[in-house]
Design a protein around this ligand. Structure first.
Ligand code: IPD
Ligand code: CA
Ligand code: CA
Length: 255
């Protein structure tokens, strides 16, 4: 099954790659929240193919279901056709197609593909995580001051004062911070041990569903910002190599 999902995601990646190298028709979902015809086209392609593979699953995609805040208990597939749309529009090669297959509220399969860098990340529960066929593991960095931390910022800026305080503390207590602009890839880079820890608020299930399984299968830990277990409808997350988690939570508690 993972191979079949990966093949569909690879094909979807070709649509994204074509769009990356073409002129794009851009629309605004919000003041800075963009969407292009390639987001829509890729999502339609994925929905059709995945529904055939998983006829009993509900499929939720960012571009066709983004007004829903209710996430079903049933078997569900979350699709982000282009994670990193701002990067896509500006030509930054950090974009991905992300698919997460969830059964009984837990991740079963996760596939994230960056078609520009040709990196395919995939995981199945209990079977480990892979990048282009090679098994990946989280880092073994034991302390924040030696770690590279990733984050992202929401389109909606209502919790900006808090996020700025967190940013200041992270800058003071780590080796550095990156904001690359695609949540699914931030998760995969954490799974791969490139980033030691990634945190973000106000995420949607389609941003996280694919990458979450990949981080956990690479030996990482994912919780909400308050340290509790991360579920698919949680909107904040900390994904880490496990070793840094308590130190990071303590840092947040001091703010
Ligand atoms: C966004 C990206 C970004 C994150 C935003 C997401 P989109 O997704 O993952 O890194 O900071 O919160 O909404 O809009 O490019 O699919
Ligand atoms: Ca996204
Ligand atoms: Ca998107």
């Amino acid at each position: 099954m993972l191979k079949q999902i990966s093949d569909i995601v690879l094909e979807a990646g070709e649509i994204v790659k074509t769009g990356f190298n073409s002129n794009k028709n851009i629309k605004y979902k919000g003041e800075v929240d963009l969407v292009t015809e390639y987001d829509v086209k890729t999502e339609e392609f994925l929905k059709e193919k995945l529904q055939k593979l998983f006829p009993d699953f509900k499929i939720i995609g960012e571009e066709s279901n983004n007004d829903t805040n209710e996430y079903p208990n049933e078997n569900v597939i979350f699709i982000d056709p282009i994670d990193g749309t701002t990067n896509f529009v500006h030509g930054v090669p950090f974009v991905a197609v992300s698919v997460g297959v969830i059964t009984e509220k837990e991740g079963k399969y996760g596939v994230v593909y960056n078609p520009i860098l040709d990196e395919l990340y995939s995981a199945e529960t209990g079977m480990g995580a892979y990048c282009n066929g090679t098994q990946i593991k989280v880092s073994s960095t034991p302390s924040l001051i030696n770690s590279l931390i990733a984050t992202g910022f929401p389109y909606k800026k209502d919790n900006l004062p808090y996020l700025m305080k967190v940013l200041e503390q992270v800058l003071l207590h780590s080796r550095g911070i990156r904001r690359a602009g695609a949540a699914s890839l931030d998760l995969c880079y954490t799974a791969r041990g490139i980033y030691d820890l990634y945190y973000e608020t106000r995420l949607k299930p389609w941003d996280m569903a694919g990458g979450l399984i990949i981080v956990r299968e690479a030996g990482g830990i994912v919780t909400k910002l308050d340290g509790r277990y991360h579920e698919m409808d949680s909107d904040s997350l900390i994904a880490s190599n496990g070793l840094l988690h308590v130190e990071f939570l303590n840092l947040l508690n001091e703010i």
